[in-house]
Design a protein. Structure first.
Length: 128
């Protein structure tokens, strides 16, 4: 099953959910610099980084696992979410009261729930 399906459908596939679970292990929203939320994958939805209504594709590079709380924060509380698949970097940013807050975490390196080394020692590849 392909991990990149473009604009064919808004719904994420089972293969995309599996890939997100392997990469993120749970909610990927950085709650403090270099520390992800930590809610389990079963509590998350895949979020289109570039929103579907803004022509975002349903591709692996455009999907980040977010728990309901952080999914709502991105949609309703002014947080902007960025994701760089090649480096596994998730960044959130919000400006309020003239102050900008930026938080970043990187997967799988900062992921307390999953170690890449356990699955593929030394080769640096994600199991998909």
């Amino acid at each position: 099953m392909p991990l990149d399906i473009g604009r064919t459908t808004r719904a994420w596939t089972t293969a995309q959910h599996t890939a997100a679970e392997q990469l993120f292990g749970g909610c990927a929203f950085p709650i403090a610099d270099r520390s992800p939320c930590g809610r389990p994958i079963g509590w998350t939805d895949l979020h289109h980084v570039i929103w579907w209504r803004h022509d975002g594709p349903t591709d692996q590079a455009n999907g980040v696992s977010l728990c309901r709380h952080h999914h709502n924060a991105v949609h309703h509380d002014g947080w902007q979410l960025f994701f760089d698949l090649p480096t596994g970097t998730v960044t959130v940013e919000r400006t309020a009261d003239g102050r900008t807050v930026t938080r970043t975490t990187r997967f799988p390196h900062d992921n307390p729930r999953r170690s890449l080394e356990q699955d593929h020692p030394g080769d640096g590849r994600l199991p998909i």
